[in-house]
Write a protein that binds this ligand. Structure first.
Ligand code: COA
Ligand code: AMP
Length: 630
């Protein structure tokens, strides 16, 4: 069925639509209905079904004749390692690790934190946790000990599964000291840790608390799949909000299975057996949905790539991967393509490889700029599809669904709403805006299966962050508009979240770190446009009167502090000391105006500004950092 008919079919009978999609999942007990709206505006899907995620992602394929098909391709240009794991082998590995968890007392509902780089064992760990009905929370390796500690305290895990180290180009990142530091900092103490020792830097294990990945599995009984209720959480994934306390996005088992399975064909055009590569990291939602779960649930071959688009060893790595593994769909962030294009603008490396297997390139995670889309399309000769979603939704809100008859692509737009999403654009008063007018993008409740039903331990925050502002709608936090043909355009965030190299970061969290410096009296962090990473954080610092410190020294110290407290992934390297911050008469810092000055965009003097002269000082300070660019 083509897109228009499919969307109309969903509109006409949303529950029937999702019950039909649910038939593609192997349930231990079929759900009696799709939507559970008894606690609206908190909605659930398939709550009374019984089902297991790992069974659907692994075991059913082994039983159904795919035991010898490759489930996971591992390719690690940073270590030189390559491996293939079949569905049959994956089942064995997952059942054994699950057995080790059971033997150490992990049961249904317990949380397990996973802190691992891009190695296949990260997927094995995720699947082993879901196999026994426990709940995983994967933490991205680029986060520092403090961020890990915050997540340990919120998720209160019984166990942590980690690797001894990760590998970044040119350096080994020891994870174990970060893990030890996090456990020291956290008030909650996990009962035990399982550590995957990597030869690049094995770790010292803490006697009685830490167990070696292999030894802990010695002689244990492989664990069977534990069926759980459709509304049992499969995972919690923390994402940046307005403050330093991240939001724990919950995913429920039933809707997650149904929705992701549906997207693999409808959005990505995949048939079971096809090789699908999401070049992201398991620490992000893209990694959860499209490195681990989506492709495996659908019987595809997925790719775990431990490298970067450039420098490992060169800007031809992605093309080498496509040729070597006959990849049919590639999904990555626009930043990756900007990095490749910068190194190989004429596409000399593209020409060296046979890319005939590739059908489509998908981009998401940040706004796709037209230059990058044109370059990618010209070089690869395949449709380039921008699609828009969030950690909260777990799958695309809007896209050009390849499996539903390819609609025309409009450059600059991440496509049209997917079935399940009734997208509207509202003004500040909650009135719907006509086509072409910029406003807050919202989704009429209920959200579809596979999206967040709530935040972990934080229902009030869930309501406040997403539901209260526009009753009856989910507030995406993105601003933009819809054109006459129903295509969406995502223009900016409406909160303090910025997007750095496709990574979602909170300027509020960075401000909390800057403010903790003893010489900083006041501060503000904004996102400034960057040609490679989309945005970069930039900090303004006001020093305490009489601090008597050298400004450059303090800047150096706060840069170091953000790296230590949040992690290298924050990419916080720009800061400047100013006398005062521009504010409204009621004391609100004018971050938006400072951002416009830094980017060289047109801006209007805010009517409520307290002292306009401060903006001249900000303009001068930005010039010292080379902003605006060009
Ligand atoms: N563990 C430890 N450190 C990490 C890390 C990890 N898993 N991931 C990134 N870092 C570090 C990097 O080494 C870098 O450190 P540095 O300041 O010492 O150089 C810092 O965090 C910033 O990383 P990143 O933003 O990735 O920048 P980069 O300069 O290393 O690479 C790109 C730039 C464009 C090549 C890279 O950002 C990229 O591949 N982006 C694709 C985006 C993507 O996959 N997004 C996921 C959502 S779809
Ligand atoms: P994350 O939760 O990390 O996936 O980040 C989600 C946010 O990234 C969205 O709310 C948007 O602000 C931004 N984003 C993701 N995909 C796109 C896209 N295709 N176009 C524009 N912005 C995007």
């Amino acid at each position: 069925m083509a897109y228009k008919d499919t969307y109309a079919a969903w509109q006409a009978d949303p529950e029937g639509f999702w019950m039909e999609a649910a038939k593609a999942i192997d349930w231990d007990r079929e759900p009696s209905r799709a939507l559970f709206d008894e606690n609206a505006p908190i909605y659930e899907w398939f709550s009374d079904g019984l089902v297991n995620t790992c069974y659907n992602a692994v075991d059913r394929h082994v039983e159904g004749g795919r035991a010898d098909q490759t489930a996971i391709i591992y390719d690690s240009p940073v270590t030189g390692a390559k491996a293939r794991i079949s569905y049959g082998e994956l089942q064995e590995k997952v059942a054994r690790l699950a057995g080790a968890l059971v033997a150490r007392g992990v049961t249904k509902g317990d949380r397990v934190i996973i802190y691992m780089p891009m190695v296949p064992e990260a997927l094995v760990a995720m699947l082993a946790v879901t196999r026994i009905g426990a709940i995983h929370s994967v933490v991205f390796g680029g986060f520092a000990a403090n961020e890990l500690a915050v997540r340990i305290d919120d998720a209160t895990p019984k166990a942590v599964i980690a690797a001894s180290c990760g590998i970044e180009p040119g350096r080994v990142v020891p994870y174990k000291p970060l893990l030890d530091g996090a456990i020291d900092l956290a008030s909650h103490k996990p009962e035990f840790c399982i550590i995957l020792q990597r030869e690049q830097q094995p770790a010292e294990l803490t006697e009685g608390r830490d167990f070696d990945w292999h030894e802990v599995q010695d002689g244990v009984e492989p664990a069977p799949c534990v069926p759980v209720e459709g509304n049992h959480p499969v995972y919690v994934l923390y994402t940046s909000g307005t403050t330093g306390q991240p939001k724990g996005v919950i995913r429920h088992t039933g809707g997650h299975l149904v929705a992701l399975n549906w997207t693999m064909k409808a959005i990505y055009g995949m048939e079971p057996g096809d090789v699908y590569w999401a070049a992201s990291d398991v620490g992000w939602v893209v990694g959860h949905s499209y490195i681990c779960y989506g492709p495996l649930i659908h019987g595809n071959t997925t790719v775990v790539f431990e490298g970067k688009p450039v420098g490992t060893p060169d800007a031809g790595t992605f093309w080498r991967m496509i040729e070597e593994y006959k990849i049919r769909a590639l999904f990555t962030a626009p930043t990756a393509f900007r990095a490749i294009k910068r190194e190989d603008p004429a596409g000399e490396l593209v020409k060296k490889y046979d890319l005939s297997s590739l059908q489509t390139l998908f981009l998401a995670g940040e706004r796709s700029d037209p230059d990058t889309i044109h370059w990618a399309r010209d070089q690869l000769g395949v449709p380039v599809i921008d699609h828009w979603w969030q950690t909260e939704t777990g799958w695309a809100i809007s896209a050009i669904p390849v499996g539903l008859g390819l609609l025309p692509v409009k450059i600059g737009s991440p496509g049209v709403p997917m079935p399940g999403y009734d997208v509207r654009v509202l003004d500040d008063d909650g009135q719907e805006l006509p086509a072409g007018e910029l406003g807050a993008i919202v989704i009429k409740l209920p959200l579809p299966p596979g999206t967040l039903p709530n935040l972990w331990n934080a229902e009030d925050r869930y309501r406040k962050s997403y539901l209260d502002h526009f009753p009856g709608y989910y507030e995406t936090g993105d601003a933009g508009y819809m054109d006459e043909d129903g295509y969406l355009y995502i223009m900016a965030r409406t909160d303090d979240v910025i997007n750095v190299a496709g990574h979602r970061l909170s300027t509020g969290a960075m401000e909390e770190v800057l403010a903790s410096h003893p010489d900083v009296a006041e501060c503000a962090v904004i996102g400034v446009a960057d040609q490679l990473k989309g945005q970069l954080p930039l900090g303004f610092l006001c020093m305490n009167a009489g601090a008597g410190r050298d400004a450059a020294e303090v800047v150096g110290e706060v840069v170091k502090l953000v790296r230590e407290k949040i992690g290298p992934v924050a990419a916080f390297k720009l800061a400047v000391v100013v006398e005062r911050l521009p504010k409204t008469r009621s004391g609100k810092i004018l971050r938006g105006t400072m951002g416009a000055i830094a980017d060289g965009r047109d801006w209007k003097m805010p009517a409520t500004i307290d002292d306009p002269a401060i903006l001249d000082e900000i303009t001068e300070a930005l010039k010292t950092l080379g902003y605006p660019k060009g």
